[in-house]
Each structure stands twice: as C-alpha cells, then as structure tokens.
Design a protein around this ligand. Structure first.
Ligand code: ADP
Ligand code: MG
Length: 767
C-alpha cells in the first residue's frame, strides 16, 4: 500500500473544532416498546424508562430513567434518509481532503450491516457503502478541473487477525503476504492489504460485492461468525488540480466501519471460541472508545492506538483531524433494552468527543518519481501491446511457415508422381535430348511437342469448353500453353502456372510409354484424351482459384476482382456511369439546341429590327394611333415568340439535366470509392493474409493473443440467467443509476459460480 509514502504531509487545520456526530438508528419492529423508549420532539433526544423492579425490595436506588441527547434519532428512516443524514457531508468533504470515518456500532442483529452495506439484492435498500461510492464518482464528474483517483480496500479484523477481503481468492488459502499493520514516519499502513484502483462506479461495486461474498465464504470456511468481526471498507481519494501547481495535492480516506456486535459476553456461560471472540470484541470496542476519548482530550499526549488491531488500523482516521460519525443501531423491543441502554451510553460518550478536521494537503517531493512510475506503467502497457503484436506476427509467420512446408511437400509429391509416370531428362543430358528430338517429341528449342491432356499430366489447362459434354472445339498445343501461360482460356489457374515452373526449370518432362514407344502413347492419348483427370480449374467447380505464390499486380488483380467478388458493385458502378454518360450526352445535345435557338433568335431579332428601320425609312407609321406592320414583320414576331418559348423549355430541361448529372456523378463517385475500397480489402485478404490466419482471426477461433478475458469463459448458467432476468425486472423501477450496481452484482455472481465450479469449492454449509 503506497498511500502513506508521500512526503511532507501537511495538515491545514480548520479553525473550528467539531464534535463526533452520533446518530441512533432504531431497527423497525412491530413490537416497539413504547412504554420504555420515547423520542423527543427535536428528533435528537431518546428517553429510556425502566419499570421499577419490585422484586428487589423496598429500598432500591436503581436508576430507572435516562435521557440521551444525540445528533439525530433515525426511526423508521429509509436508507436514503440515513445516507443524507449520516454520510453525505462526510463523503463530500472527503473530496476536499478531509478524512472521514463512519462507524456502525451496536448489538448483533440491530442493523449495522444493513445500515453500512444494505442488501445487495435490492438497489433501493443499498446502504451507505454503495451510496458513498456513487457520490464519490458523481462528484468526480462534477469536478473536471481535478484529476481524482479512487482506490478501495476491504479489511476484516477477526480475533485480532487481519484478513484482506479483496485478496483475489481468499478461500483458496491465506494470502502470500500476511496482512500486518506497519508504521513509518509518514503514518500507519496495512502491509499486504490490497488496494484497488477503480475508475468507475461499477468496478467499485464489483469490489464491494466481491468483499461481501468473501466475507460470507470466509466465515463458513473458517467457521467464524461474521457478526464477530470488524470490517473496514476504505475509499482512498487523491485529488490533483489540473489547473494549479502540480506539487500540491489532496488525499483523503473514507473509512466505513461495520463493527462487531457489541453485546456483552457471559449472559449464558459462553465458552471456547465464543468466549474468545467475545473477549476480543469487548476489548477492541473498549479500546476504541478509549482511543476516541483520548483523542478528544486536548491535554492528552499519548493515545493508546496500538492496544488493538482495530484502533491501530484506524489510527489516522479516528477523532483527531477527521470527520467522525457514529451510527448506533439499536433494537426497539423491550427484551433488548439492556443492550440498547449500553449502546446508547456508548453513543452519548462518543458525542462528547471533539475533533479537529483538517485537510490532508501534501507537497509532493516524490512527484518526479511518481511521474516516472506513471511513465513506467505506460511503457509497460506499451510493451505489453508490443508483445501481443509480436505474438501476432509470430503466429502469422508460423502460419506462413506451415504453408511453405505444405507447398514444398506438394511440390515433392507432384514431382514424385511425375517421376513415377514419366522420365525426367536432365537438360544437360544431350544424348537423351537428342534421342527424344529424334523421336520427334521435342523441338529444336527443347520444348515439348504434344498435347496437354495426357493422363495424370499435371500441365496446362483445360478450357472450360473442353469439358465433357461439350464438344472440344479448340485444343491448344502444349507448346502454345507453355509459351503463353498468361493467355489462358476458361479462367486462370495459378497452380498450373506453378506446375509450369516446375516443368520448365531444370528438367524437361517426357511421357514415358511402358510399351517403350513414346509416340504411340501420345497417339493413343490423343484418341482417348481423358480430360476429366486433368486438374480442372473450371470456374464452376472452383470459384476461388488457389492462391498464387506471388500476388498479381494490382491492375491485373483489379480485373479479376471486377469479375469476381466485385462484380455486383462493378455492375452498379457501370450502370450508374452509363446513366451519367447518357445524361451528359443529353445535356450537351440540349445545350447545342439552346445555342441553335439562341442563334436563330438573334437572326430573327436582326430581321425584325431591319424590318422596323425599313418601315421607319419608308415613313409608314401610325394610322389612327395604330402601327401598321406588314406580314413579313408579323411572321418574324411570331417566330421570335415561338423561339423564346422553345428556348425557355430547353433551358428548363438543361437545368433538370444538370441536377440529374450532379446526382449521378455523386453516385458514380460513391460506387467507384466502394469498388476501390472493397478491392483493397479483397486484395489484401486474397494475397496477404493467409487463409488459415483469416479463419483463425475470426471471433471464436483458437488464436487469441493475450489472456482470454474471463467474460468469455464464463457462461451464464441457467440459474444465473434467471437471476439476471429477475434482476432486470427489479432494476426497471430504480432508474439508470442502479445499472452499475446490478451489473457489478451479476458479474460477481457469474465470477463466483465460475470459480466455484472450477475450483470445486465445497458448498458452504449453513449451521
Ligand atoms: P447486524 O449487522 O447489526 O448484526 P443486520 O444488519 O445484519 O444486523 O440486521 C439483521 C437483520 O435485520 C437483517 O436481516 C436486516 O436486513 C434487518 N434489518 C436491520 N435493520 C433494518 C432496517 N432498518 N430496515 C429493515 N430491515 C432491517
Ligand atoms: Mg452485521
């Protein structure tokens, strides 16, 4: 635990001294002792009246009436109200740097755990603990000017032994490092207690639930009564201003303490373990009281913190400089009045204690070290990412290697198969070559003459049209195929190209006739031409040709892609493009027409004005106010009118066309983009990511770098499913804040049922 390591601890005292706040919460009952327990109108006083015990005789000085004045009596109070009254201010001040401690004290069964933790089954009945976590995270959200970290720990003290309720698997065995309280010049801290950084509410809830579950499990496996131990849930807050100087920062702790049952021992002759437990509890509770009282006494120098684990662990969180709240839980029934009285006495004594809350302000001399530590963490993370990448690369390499092995094997097999059937002649074996040439099987260049369809002859390509059922129309000679491997019909086969590499390398293949006559065999093969045994690359049977050893160039691959996977998008692309072109053509035609109309209009206008000036020259004007025009001029006017109409119509068309063109252009661009994007993906998938790798990288496959997250292994059992849906129903009325509460709960349950089943944890037995 690094918490107290900071140097230059500095406390800024508040000017006013504060009292410990003491509240009483009464557990609801139908059998409330109205005669004996009375509340004052101020809601702060509680009066106890004991009926005089007449059996004790006439002279009886026994006190029968007590009045306790506290900070509040919580009677029939909801969890909401309890939180508002008891915890809200403490938590909010913790974010300003004040330590806070809230303790529940009281007899077993009086409601301490209910008050502190609440029920984990029902969001509405959650206690102070989850609400405090919620408030902390909400306040962090409201303070963007501060970088605030939250950590939590959960400590259990049972019979003066310390247990970490958040050590990962407490039921597997005791934790490796024993938990112990250690003091150094900077304060007290608990060595071996795990402190968990939580960045969100749900994580914090998970830890809380984890702790609660561990508390129950531990109590069963270690046969200890959970009400016999003290539990301290601590929220550590560290706030640094994002805007102000870096060296100053604030730290605080909120201790939420669920004390062991305060009932006094020896009522019914306790013995053995029960006696031991009771002794420890009585001791620690009275030491707690002593310590708090001593803290409140300003004249007191020495505070007996180290007398017991409880006070020792809480050394810097009791009285003194922190906000302290005590909730005393009592029963309302008459039968418990003795214990109730004793609890109330404790409460009123606590109320007298004054504290002096102070801000824990720290000046960070170790800031640089911390920064370096942070950097180290980041670098480690980076390294981790790097490592996982290396794992990936290694895996990819491994897959490639496997491919290479398979390929080599296949090559060898093919060669072996060929050798079984054919004689391989060494290129340098001139005698053999000339013999073959003499037999007319090889031309002067050393190329084979003949056809490709020899049985088992893995060379060349059968055109699709040469499949059985179709009459073979054109057969290419082996020579043709060898000299023009790229110009193949019926689809390309990279594998056959590969085979050709084999054949044209060191050795030349010559079919070998068992009868001795090579020529005969070829003739015979010509007649039978068993095409079916050829390695077929008919597109029907093999839509995806095997991968070539080197990827084709992108332009070549693009053509393939357009015929293959990209065919549909390419079709749409082409369609859009042709529509676009058609519209463009129409637009240009329309433009031409418009220009023609315009020219004609100009001509007509000219004609008209010529007519007009002619008319003026001839002096043919007005007759009774009317202008007399001749027929020619009239026709010209009509024509111009008509042309204008045409012009307008065409112009409208052009505008529509332009809009359409723009739209089509957009579609075409989009299609082109998609075509290219999908091509890139296809290209990489087809030629760069090995097929095995592709399969392996799909979700749910075997290769998963790094740790497999628990959530993947943990499957919801049917019970859990039921619980989950039940929970979801419960959640609905609670509003969205409850989601993280329930999420954490479900996760915890899943995790525990998983761990239980894997570890074979024996079912906890109830006594
Ligand atoms: P303690 O921790 O003090 O031993 P618990 O908190 O376990 O006591 O309470 C005992 C029982 O009483 C639990 O079942 C709890 O749910 C119930 N209980 C306690 N206080 C209340 C309350 N205020 N309202 C409803 N139920 C309560
Ligand atoms: Mg309890």
């Amino acid at each position: 635990m690094m918490w107290h390591k900071n140097s230059n601890k500095h406390l800024t005292r508040m000017s006013t001294r504060k009292k410990v706040h003491a509240f009483v919460r009464v557990r609801p009952t139908d059998d409330f002792a109205h005669e004996m327990i009375r509340y004052g109108d101020d809601n702060k006083t509680i009066d106890i009246h004991l009926k005089k015990d007449t059996r004790r005789g006439v002279v009886n000085n026994q006190q029968t009436d007590w009045s306790f004045k506290l900070d509040g009596v919580l009677h029939d109070a909801s969890q909401d109200l309890v939180y508002e009254t008891v915890a809200k201010d403490v938590v909010s001040q913790a974010l300003d740097g004040y330590n806070g401690t809230i303790m529940c004290y009281g007899q077993t069964g009086a409601g301490k755990t209910y008050t502190m933790t609440g029920t984990t089954e029902n969001y509405r009945h959650r206690g102070i603990l989850p609400r405090a976590l919620q408030q902390v995270f909400r306040m962090i959200e409201e303070r963007p000017t501060h970088a605030i970290t939250v950590r939590v720990s959960y400590l259990e003290i049972y019979n003066e032994s310390l247990f970490d309720l958040l050590s990962t698997l407490p039921y597997v065995g005791p934790s490796a490092t024993p938990v112990a309280i250690v003091e150094n010049p900077h304060g007290v801290f608990i060595k071996g207690l795990s402190v968990h950084l939580t960045s969100q509410e749900e994580d914090a809830f998970s830890l809380l639930f984890e702790g609660e579950t561990n508390r129950i499990i531990a109590s069963h496996t270690m046969n200890k009564n959970s009400s016999r131990s003290h539990c301290i849930f601590t929220i550590y807050v560290e706030a640094r201003s994002r805007t102000l100087s870096d060296e100053k920062y604030i730290t605080s702790k909120i201790n939420l303490v669920d004390l062991a049952g305060s009932e006094r021992l020896g009522k019914s002759g306790s013995e053995g373990q029960v006696l031991k437990e009771a002794t420890y509890i009585n001791k620690s509770l009275s030491f707690l009281e002593q310590a708090i009282i001593a803290l409140g006494d300003q004249k007191r120098g020495h505070i007996p913190f180290r007398q017991c684990k409880l006070t020792h662990a809480l050394k810097d969180s009791l009285g003194g400089n922190c906000n302290m709240v005590l909730v005393t839980n009592i029963y309302g029934e008459a039968a418990q009045l003795d214990e109730t009285l004793s609890s109330l006495r404790f409460a009123s004594r606590m109320k007298l204690v004054t504290t002096e809350p102070a801000v824990n302000e720290k000046y960070d001399a170790e800031r640089m070290v911390k920064n370096l530590e942070k950097e180290l963490v980041l670098l480690k993370q980076e390294l981790a990412i790097h490592d996982s990448l290396i794992i990936n690369l290694r895996q990819i390499q491994e897959v490639f290697n496997q491919f290479r092995v398979v390929l080599t094997q296949q090559e060898q097999e093919v060669e072996a198969a060929l050798r079984r059937k054919y004689t391989l002649i060494d290129k340098n074996d001139f005698a053999a070559i000339s013999a073959v040439q003499k037999a007319g099987l090889m031309d002067a260049d050393g190329h084979l003459v003949g056809e490709s369809d020899g049985q088992g002859f893995g060379l060349g390509v059968a055109s699709y049209s040469s499949k059985p059922g179709k009459k073979t129309k054109s057969r290419r000679t082996l020579k043709e195929q060898l000299s023009s491997p790229a110009k193949k019909e019926g689809g390309s086969s990279p594998v056959s190209g590969k085979d050709m590499d084999v054949s044209t390398s060191k050795t030349q293949l010559t079919p070998l006739s068992k009868e001795g006559d090579v020529k005969d065999m070829i003739l015979r093969d010509r007649e039978t031409s068993n095409i079916e045994t050829l390695p077929s690359d008919s597109p029907k049977e093999e839509p995806r040709p095997p991968r070539p050893s080197t990827p084709p160039s992108k332009p070549v691959a693009f053509e393939d892609f357009k015929n293959e996977r990209g065919s549909e998008i390419n079709r749409i692309f082409k369609e859009n493009k042709s529509i676009l072109n058609e519209r463009r053509k129409r637009a240009s035609e329309t433009t031409q027409r418009i220009n023609a109309i315009k020219r004609e209009m100009d001509v007509t206008k000219e004609g008209l004005s010529a007519q007009r000036s002619l008319r003026e020259k001839q002096g043919e004007y007005e007759k009774k106010g009317l202008i007399i025009i001749d027929e020619e001029e009239f026709l010209l006017i009509l024509k111009l009118k008509d042309l204008k109409k045409q012009y307008r119509a065409e112009y409208q068309d052009l505008r529509d066309l332009r809009a359409e063109i723009q739209y089509c252009q957009h579609l075409v661009d989009q299609c082109r983009h998609r075509l290219l994007t999908e091509f890139e993906i296809w290209y990489n998938e087809s030629f760069f990511i090995p097929e095995d790798m592709q399969a392996a990288l799909k979700p749910g496959s075997s290769i998963r770098p790094g740790m497999v997250p628990l959530s993947r292994i943990v499957s919801l059992g049917e019970d859990d499913q039921d619980k989950f849906s039940q929970l979801q129903q419960d959640v609905l009325p609670e509003g969205p804040e409850s989601i993280s509460f329930y999420n954490a709960k479900v996760k915890r349950e899943q995790k525990h049922s998983y761990l239980k089943s894997t570890l074979g944890l024996p079912k906890a037995q109830r006594k």
